[in-house]
Design a protein around this ligand. Structure first.
Ligand code: ATP
Ligand code: 9VF
Ligand code: MG
Length: 443
């Protein structure tokens, strides 16, 4: 039989059993798809998962409680009804207001005060303050619990209240092997310049996690106070200014393009590369490269703008990828190109030199080839490709109405950021809702 939902049990009983076993009267209750915010008669407000199988749902279902909360003044008959597991199902004791998640979260936003409090190392200790930390159940008091409300007794492992020193030493738990999940969690919390040796480090998972979480919170606060620029956005602006100053016209062409453009780039449905393309509907796709948009502009500008015609675009590109360390499925490409006069290999190499000199990134040029253009000059930093550059003309130009020499290069901005900021993984440079400027925000 399907277990009853938490909100329906709350509606029926109008009561709440908290972690410490106290039975509370519910004054107000709001539910979203995932969470329930409960305000109790004693003034305490908590947020819990709207789950059928949590500790709280079990207590409500089985009517398990220790004693009634004194400050809630739970009426005798309600206690009896609850203990005897009798209640008419139709009886609605509390109306649970169901709100959309956006509304729900609004009311739960941290105020600046609680935010500063949360940087207090005491408060950030997951053992002293489990309510502030991720777990199967989040009980986040929005108002301090009255002092007479009994608090859960949580023992910090290894620190016993006893005065017996030998015993104290004995109870310090041995550091156990980290699980892969724990290692991943700690690695995700490291700052760009931090390293850790799991075998040598003496600290427990809890200690490491809370230390790094605190450090990352401080980093983010400092960033908020002093900087506030997103690294990816800032790099796009810096590169844009560089190319505009070099005489290139800034282009913003569509991201959603006809799949037919890909056929004209030589990546039709029969080609292996087309499997990497995100199709949208029958005829459209998310662009995997900027060249189609730029081809169209070069065609339109031919005989309109003077030679050499210099244009560039920076923007999102999408490719289905399987390899993770320097590949993203959503990344940002810079493609600059010039057509007509002086479009020589020598000038292409000068442009690359000026650009990477400006960014202060070391590189070497390596000959390569690709399906779309044939020969390429790949720009490498250690083993990572920063760019593929091409000296045209190439056969596909015909399909775009282009008949002049050209040079061009495509760079990935996230790869540039990874090199510049010594990031551990390209994901830290990407569009993300897990990292901000390479710092975990899952704190
Ligand atoms: P790779 O061989 O590394 O997959 P590529 O040769 O397929 O790259 P190009 O088509 O030459 O890539 O694209 C130009 C540049 O765009 C690359 O040099 C790289 O900097 C960047 N880039 C390409 N694909 C990705 C991706 N999936 N994630 C991040 N950057 C990418
Ligand atoms: C070279 C990498 C063909 C003259 C409109 C501009 C280029 C860059 C190759 C890129 C790609 N191409 N990621 O094109 O400059 O297109 O695969 Si144009
Ligand atoms: Mg390439």
């Amino acid at each position: 039989m399907k277990k009853r939902s938490m909100d329906s049990m709350i509606e029926e009983t109008g009561l709440w059993v908290s972690r410490n076993g106290y039975l509370h009267v519910i004054k107000n209750c709001e539910a979203s798809q995932k969470h329930i915010r409960i305000t109790m008669g004693c003034g305490e407000t908590i947020v819990v998962l709207n789950s059928r199988s949590s500790r709280a749902a079990r207590s409500l279902r089985n009517r398990n409680f220790l004693k009634p909360c004194k400050s809630c003044r739970v009426p005798e008959e309600k206690i009896k009804e609850f203990s005897n597991k009798v209640s008419s199902k139709k009886d609605v004791k509390v109306t649970v207001k169901v709100v959309p998640s956006s509304e729900f979260n609004k009311a739960n936003k941290k105020t600046p005060d609680t935010f500063l409090q949360s940087l207090d190392p005491q408060l950030m200790d997951p053992i002293k303050n489990p309510q502030f930390h991720d777990g199967p159940e989040i009980e986040k008091p929005n108002v301090p619990a009255p002092t007479f409300a009994p608090q859960p007794k949580i023992k910090k492992p290894g620190i016993s209240k006893t005065t017996n020193k030998t015993f104290k030493q004995n109870v310090k738990p041995k550091k156990t092997e980290f699980t892969q999940n724990q290692k991943d969690r700690i690695l995700s919390l490291l700052g760009p310049d931090e390293m850790i040796s799991f075998s040598k480090d003496k600290r427990s998972f809890e200690e490491l996690e809370s230390t790094f979480k605190m450090q990352r919170k401080k980093d983010l606060v400092l960033m908020y106070e002093t900087n506030r620029e997103n690294l990816l956005g800032k790099l796009e602006r810096t590169i844009t200014n560089f190319f505009v100053d070099m005489g290139f016209l800034e282009i913003k062409s569509p991201i959603l393009i006809p799949f037919e453009y890909m056929e004209r780039m030589g990546i039709g449905e029969d080609k292996k590369l087309s499997e990497q393309i995100f199709r949208v509907g029958d005829d459209m796709c998310l662009r995997p490269m900027l060249a189609p948009g730029l081809y169209r502009f070069l065609y339109r500008f031919d005989n309109v703008l003077p030679e050499p015609t210099k244009i560039f675009e920076i923007g999102p590109c999408y490719r289905k990828e399987s390899d993770g360390n320097s590949h993203l499925e959503e990344f940002t490409m810079l493609n600059f190109c010039q057509m007509g006069l002086n479009s020589t290999r020598q000038n292409l190499e000068y442009l690359i030199q000026d650009f990477l000199g400006f960014l202060d990134i070391e590189y070497e040029l390596v000959s390569n080839s690709c399906m779309v253009y044939g020969d390429t000059i790949d720009v490498m930093h250690k083993n990572m490709e920063l760019s593929s550059a091409v000296v045209g003309p190439v056969p596909i130009d015909m399909d775009w109405g282009i008949d002049k020499p050209w040079i061009g290069a495509g760079f990935g901005l996230e790869r540039l950021l990874k090199v510049k900021h010594n990031l551990k993984n390209i994901k830290r440079a990407a569009r993300s809702d897990s990292y901000y400027n390479g710092i975990s925000i899952n704190l």
